[in-house]
Write a protein that binds this ligand. Structure first.
Ligand code: AMP
Ligand code: FE
Ligand code: FE
Ligand code: ZN
Length: 295
């Protein structure tokens, strides 16, 4: 059986290993086909493609696009919820998408700088240290700040830093300004890509709870061109999975399973821990026309 894992990160964003190392790890983990889906960038694709062909693995080019869903909360106030949208096989040269990704990367940088400013009141972290530790041109995120705090001896691993000062609900948090989710879906389709929500209704702590997307919003995303859901992912609860599988069936959508690997010591997620059925990958390959997979 072919083991297919459609979500992984490298040092081009917040993974701890280079694209080459990620594919070498995939070979060791007996993954046959792997997608590299760094946050808001395609800069790892070339190295991934080259390594995959050297190792005899399949490679699916992807991006994990940072988006924001504008919804209304119970009291009617507008509310933004962060949604990670996997885009498989988009044309990396399609201008509207390329421009949007560049803007997101820039606002991630401004936002990370602001978080460092807030952190520096209580920790000896500096922007210089953060950028020195980050690979040139990599998409920055809170994991880079975690790495700096670990380097300074405040924490032993990223998880500890995320439970501490990098917590989304803590005093140092600043959100990234980014593309509206529905616009991102349309843009990914226009680029020939296949938009699939990463870890829908996820959150390590679980189920359909506070902070989750309103269920009605799913219908809106489907109307906008959403192709499917990453339902088999360690952060998607069983309750959410059941609901998503039913919705996928009703709308004839694609369902995938992936690891969301960030390197051996980046996150506990292991390559191949969840996988995607061949039939589902074939549907992605049939719908995607912006660039070619290497299968
Ligand atoms: P950001 O997009 O900058 O807000 O950072 C979110 C990223 O941090 C996600 O893509 C995750 O990969 C990573 N992340 C979230 N929680 C943890 C955690 N507990 N341990 C390690 N990485 C995490
Ligand atoms: Fe990440
Ligand atoms: Fe994500
Ligand atoms: Zn991811």
């Amino acid at each position: 059986m072919t083991r297919i894992d459609l979500h992984s990160h490298s040092t081009r964003s917040d993974g701890r290993e280079t694209p080459r190392e990620v594919f070498e790890q995939a070979a060791l983990a007996k993954v046959d086909i792997l997608a590299l889906t760094d946050h808001d960038t395609t800069s790892g694709w070339a190295e991934a493609a080259e390594t995959a062909s050297r190792l005899g693995l399949g490679f699916v080019p992807g991006i994990e696009v940072t988006t924001r869903a504008e919804t209304a909360s119970k009291d009617g106030k507008p509310r933004g919820i962060s949604v990670h949208m996997l885009a498989y096989l988009p044309d990396p040269n399609y201008e509207p998408l390329a421009r949007e990704l560049a803007a997101t990367v820039l606002s991630r940088e401004t936002r990370a700088q602001r978080i460092v400013e807030l952190l520096s009141v209580d920790y000896d972290i500096t922007w210089e240290l953060v950028t020195n530790m980050l690979e040139e041109g990599a998409t920055i995120g809170r994991p880079a700040l975690a790495d700096a705090l670990i380097h300074l001896g405040h924490f032993e691993n990223r998880a500890q830093a995320f439970d501490g000062p990098l917590d989304k609900h803590g005093p140092y948090y600043v959100a990234t300004k980014t593309t509206d989710t529905l616009e991102a879906i349309q843009m990914i389709r226009a680029a020939g890509g296949v938009p699939i929500i990463a870890h829908p209704l996820g959150g390590v702590k679980g189920s359909l709870n506070r902070g989750d997307l309103p269920q009605a919003y799913f219908e809106t995303m489907i109307e906008a061109g959403l192709a499917g859901f990453e339902v088999y992912h360690r952060e998607v609860s069983e309750q959410a999975r059941e609901w998503l599988l039913e919705l996928a069936e009703q709308h004839d959508l694609i369902v995938t399973g992936s690891s969301d690997y960030h390197g051996i010591d980046g996150k506990p997620n292991r390559l191949g821990e969840n996988s995607t059925e061949r039939e589902m990958l074939d549907r992605i390959l049939a719908q995607g026309s912006g660039t070619k997979a290497q299968i």
